[in-house]
Design a protein around this ligand. Structure first.
Ligand code: ADP
Ligand code: FDM
Ligand code: MG
Length: 212
């Protein structure tokens, strides 16, 4: 038989509000999927990521404009794109902790930028094989450990982001699964896993597409 090229890896996205359990579920998924890696957006370790970190921790003075920070979040994805594509073609599955959907939701929620403006810089990035949204009311999230003082970690902002995320789920292509994130860690993992198995199957049978 002729040797086959390796099957591409899957691109799986975990989205949700702050403290919905994204990082917890990403690491539990990573343990279940052989040859997989977590990529967290923003990736604060790059030069662009450091500008983003300064903004989120209010260390940039004067603060960046809404447009400038929005484009930096997108640029942070574009700067990692070559390594993401290389990993996927080598057969590695990528689990993304946030992606363009956080990008759209947080920036639109601030009130000054349009939906179309916010999604446009991400057009052309790879379309995920599955997008799992961990849904949690902000007041439940507020009771969880890990509250920080970062720029968007305010009750009113979180409520707005949750609303915009509903529009994002209606408008953005891709296979969306909403999981009630108020269940136990184990129960959430089982639901996340069911959606992930579908995404892994999809990725075995379909080429990677781009966000249009
Ligand atoms: P995120 O990455 O979305 O901000 P984390 O995974 O860091 O969220 O979780 C936030 C906090 O909530 C952590 O203290 C974590 O241990 C806890 N946590 C995560 N999932 C659950 C759950 N299903 N039920 C209760 N607490 C949870
Ligand atoms: N965030 C994240 C954005 O505003 N745009 C983006 O494109 C991304 C990926 O950055 F408040 C926001 C969401 C959150 C903050 O995220 C930092 P982490 O997961 O807490 O590091
Ligand atoms: Mg996290």
């Amino acid at each position: 038989a002729t040797p086959q090229p390796p099957t591409r890896g899957a691109l799986i996205v975990i989205e949700g509000l702050d403290r919905a359990g994204k990082s917890t579920q990403c690491s539990r998924l990573q343990q279940r999927i052989p040859n997989s890696r977590i990529i967290k957006f923003p990736d604060r370790s790059t030069p662009i990521g450091q500008l983003i970190n300064n903004y989120l921790t209010s260390a940039s003075s004067p603060p960046l404009t809404d447009q400038a920070i929005h484009l930096l979040f997108s640029a942070n994805r574009w700067e990692l794109l070559p390594s993401l594509l290389a990993a996927l073609s080598a057969g590695e599955t990528l689990i993304l902790d946030r992606y363009i959907y956080s990008g759209i939701s947080f920036s639109v929620a601030k009130g000054a930028l349009s939906y179309e403006y916010c999604r446009s810089p991400d057009v052309g990035l790879p379309l995920p094989d599955g997008i799992i949204f961990l849904d949690l009311p902000p007041d439940v999230a507020a009771e969880r450990a890990g509250f920080g003082g970062e720029r968007y970690e305010k009750r009113e902002m979180q409520e707005k982001v949750r609303e915009v995320f509903k529009t994002v789920r209606e408008r953005e292509q891709g296979e969306w699964t909403v999981v009630d994130a108020s269940a136990s860690v184990e129960e959430v993992t089982e639901r996340v896993w069911a959606a992930t198995e579908k995404a892994l199957r999809w990725a075995r049978e379909n080429e990677l597409r781009e966000i249009e």
